[in-house]
Design a protein around this ligand. Structure first.
Ligand SMILES: NC(=O)C1=CN([C@@H]2O[C@H](COP(=O)(O)OP(=O)(O)OC[C@H]3O[C@@H](n4cnc5c(N)ncnc54)[C@H](O)[C@@H]3O)[C@@H](O)[C@H]2O)C=CC1
Ligand SMILES: O=C(CO)COP(=O)(O)O
Length: 338
């Protein structure tokens, strides 16, 4: 039994805390709002994020970040990418003894183009860290708390840290692999949200299964093209953090990115979609970052470019699809030479 703290009581932080408590660990979860942490402690539910889920009674919650940080040597950070630097800087101030820090979020910071491990390494001083690990893969929180079979991967520059986190989470319904490619795992997790948004748009336009298959396949091609140019292992993109997560996010009714795209395809504005969701839609900001990365690395990412034009340049979804379909001829297998 280990002491573990989860920072962030949204859908994913709560589902992972559920797994850790089920595994017999002494788990404390931090949420920003006292009424939410009271609900977890007293009702053993977190209805705003995981409807009809009964949480283990052993799972405790607190809105006092200092207490939550002190509770454990392992911190699981589960806040949206947008809040990552702020939380990182608070952790830096609060950590007394070095902690093993695991993040489970999926995004890239626009403008700086930093991945989450890079942001956390900038915000949290090295003496406060025992290791930095990313956990990613096809894993909707709603299915994890139903104990449906789920597989994820953990990556770290420190193999032993990754293995420790693998052991911490593994159980009969939550299977964890290790991967040494931190860059590929973080890029795969972040960039699949961009393609899932685009897949939601084609579903919203009722373009059917051929279009969806095209998006997933060509989406994975452009993610891989960028990732390889940046130095990631191409095999990672065929794995859980790449293809696996892309399939689940582009097809699942649980996906906020797919849902957002679907509404856009049906004619709603980006403002309506983001304000109505009530949960994070990481793919919107990540589209900005991916668009910038494509320019910086001089990599062709037409799906990202098309989605960017819809989200930020006022183009109609149909126009973007027409542009994609009417581009010049290409060889399918030229991808990695770009
Ligand atoms: N929901 C899911 O099934 C999965 C989500 N993820 C990733 O996990 C991360 C978190 O997502 P969810 O838990 O689903 O989001 P969510 O929208 O369900 O919850 C986010 C939580 O973070 C809190 N929060 C928001 N901004 C914050 C800030 N600036 N500082 C501190 N706390 C803040 C919110 O109050 C809320 O409790 C995202 O990067 C997402 O892509 C990864 C795998 C599965
Ligand atoms: O990353 C996820 C599943 O693996 C969750 O995706 P959404 O953020 O689109 O719900």
């Amino acid at each position: 039994m280990k002491k573990v703290s989860v920072i962030g009581a949204g859908s994913w932080g709560t589902a992972l805390a559920f797994v850790l408590a089920e595994n017999g660990h002494d788990c404390l979860i931090w949420g920003r709002r006292q009424e939410q942490t009271d609900e977890i402690n007293e009702q053993h539910t977190n209805q705003a994020y995981l409807k009809n889920c009964k949480l283990p009674e052993s799972l405790k919650a607190s809105s006092n970040l200092e207490q939550v940080v002190e509770h454990a040597d392992i911190l699981i950070v589960a806040v949206p990418t947008k809040g990552m630097r702020e939380i990182g800087s608070q952790l830096n101030d609060l950590i007394q003894q070095p902690k093993l820090i695991v993040h489970v979020s999926k995004g890239i910071e626009p403008d700086t183009l930093k991945r989450i491990t890079e942001m956390l390494a900038e915000e949290i001083r090295p003496e406060a860290r025992k290791g930095l690990v990313v956990l990613s893969g096809p894993s909707h929180a709603e299915e994890v708390v139903l104990r449906h079979p789920t597989t994820v991967t953990v990556a770290s520059e420190d193999t032993r840290a990754a293995e420790e986190i693998q052991t911490l989470f593994m159980n009969s319904f939550f299977r964890v692999y290790t991967n040494e490619d931190v860059l590929g795992v973080e890029l795969g997790g972040a960039l699949k949200n961009v393609i899932a948004l685009a897949a939601g748009i084609t579903d919203g336009l009722d373009y059917g299964d051929n279009a969806k298959a095209a998006l997933i396949t060509r989406g994975l091609a452009e993610i891989t093209r960028l990732g390889v140019k940046m130095g990631a292992n191409p095999v990672t993109f065929a794995g859980l953090a790449g293809m696996g997560d892309l399939i689940v996010t582009a097809n699942s009714v649980h996906s906020r990115n797919w849902k957002a795209g679907n509404m856009l395809g049906k004619g709603h504005s980006l403002k309506e979609v983001t304000e109505g969701m009530g949960m994070v839609i990481e793919g919107v900001r990540t589209t900005k970052a991916a668009h910038q990365l494509a320019k910086q690395y001089d990599v062709s990412m037409p799906l990202t470019e098309a989605l960017y034009s819809v989200l930020f340049e006022g183009h109609e979804p149909k126009e973007a699809v027409d542009w994609l379909m009417n581009r010049g001829k290409k060889k399918e297998t030229d991808d990695f030479s770009n």
